[in-house]
Design a protein around this ligand. Structure first.
Ligand code: ATP
Length: 361
């Protein structure tokens, strides 16, 4: 299978005389057997990027290649892609089997070949027992499997998904996620998957591409994106609850930096902070790296506001002099609106340039 090369892709829309730069010089290669998720907030350019790869939007500049084949000017029907959207749009008057076979019939496959391909795809998607049913008799997750099957039977070179699960409830999503992973893995096509759901991005991808304002912010495997975000934006976007941020100031002494946050001082052993002596920084800490002491003097004094018990952990909200802070506490934690001290795990502190948000250390 070919890889997908997105080279210097820019897409500018014009609306009422205004120019909207939806995608801004994006470069991304998706290897032939790789699953890459494009994730970011609403309006950041995810769908526009995918539509350019699909041939549904014409780029303002840049190139799309499948392997060595330049497809930038090719219409969607000449790209041999499997394309799945949020809207499933099966033919309501056709059975599952007929829905899956219809595209093959139109391009002249024999009945025997159609049956063989549909049966093979149905087995992979675990919908063999649904083949005689009508779409109205299926759940949303089953309908999306049929839509996937309809693409699969045509032997696509490339898989493109645009938020295919956003209409499904959490349980159906959790069921469909491994099916999509298994199918794309077995077919071995490059896959570009668009979502605003960072949980989908983290669980399904070989690499996650975080996009912000039309520009790629970071492209890396899920664990690296989570552990080593390269910017305040990525740190805040990936991870639930979000990274908590505090205004701070650096005093670097021989590689060990003293961080000052309000009246509180933290020793952070990091290289490369010498030049930052005296500068303002944004101090980031994931909520599981803040602990709660019964002694308000042991850390930043915090008034407990409320708990959200999740079974395996609790999200606890506190009011502090720096604003509201969320901490991941034990499953049985109950704050009862009392006073606590919030203690930072200094090894896990992330430091960002206060102005640009770029990661410093
Ligand atoms: P969402 O998650 O909400 O679908 P997205 O990240 O997929 O958002 P896009 O749909 O690619 O973002 O839109 C990127 C920007 O381009 C937005 O500002 C959007 O308003 C604008 N845009 C998208 N399509 C058009 C269009 N056809 N004409 C004008 N502007 C558009």
């Amino acid at each position: 299978m070919p890889d997908i090369k997105i080279q210097n892709l820019t897409k500018v829309y014009e609306e009422s005389g205004n120019k909207i730069v939806a995608v801004d010089d994006v470069n991304l290669t998706i290897e032939d057997d790789e699953f890459v998720t494009l994730v970011g907030p609403s309006g950041c350019g995810k769908t526009t990027t995918l539509r350019c790869v699909a041939g549904l939007n014409v780029p303002t500049s840049g190139t799309i290649k499948f392997g060595d084949r330049d497809v930038t000017d090719k219409p969607v029907q000449e790209r041999n892609i499997a394309l799945l959207f949020q809207d499933i749009a099966l033919y309501p008057h056709m059975s599952v089997q007929e829905n899956m076979a219809y595209g093959l019939k139109i391009v002249g496959f024999s009945q025997e070949e159609r049956i063989a391909r549909v049966e093979e795809a149905a087995e992979l998607l675990q919908i063999t027992d649904q083949l005689k049913k009508m779409p109205a008799d299926l759940s949303g997750g089953q309908q999306q499997r049929v839509a996937l099957g309809r693409s699969l039977v045509r032997d696509p070179e490339v898989f493109l998904f645009d938020e295919p699960m956003s209409d499904l409830d959490a349980k159906l999503k959790a069921e469909l996620r491994p099916v999509i992973e298994k199918v794309t893995d077995e077919i071995g096509c490059p896959t570009l998957y668009v979502t605003h759901d960072q949980e989908e991005a983290m669980t399904m991808s070989d690499r996650v591409a975080v996009i912000n304002d039309g520009e790629l912010a970071q492209v890396a495997p899920p664990k690296e994106i989570y552990d080593e975000p390269n910017s305040r934006f990525v740190s805040q976007f990936i991870g639930q609850p979000s990274t908590q941020f505090f205004d701070g100031n650096v005093r670097a002494i021989n590689g060990t930096a003293e961080l000052v946050v309000g009246d509180y001082k933290y020793q952070v052993a990091r290289d490369g902070l010498e030049g930052w002596d005296g500068d303002d920084v944004s101090v980031g800490l994931r909520p599981q790296y803040i602990s709660v002491s019964d002694d308000p003097e042991a850390g930043i004094p915090a008034t407990h506001l409320l708990d959200e018990p999740l079974g395996d952990a609790t999200h606890s909200f506190f009011e502090t002099e720096f604003g509201e802070v969320i901490v991941v506490t034990d499953p049985d934690f109950e704050g009862n609106r009392e006073e606590y001290g919030l203690v930072f795990q200094t090894d896990s502190i992330q430091l960002y340039d206060a102005d640009t948000g770029v990661r410093l250390a």
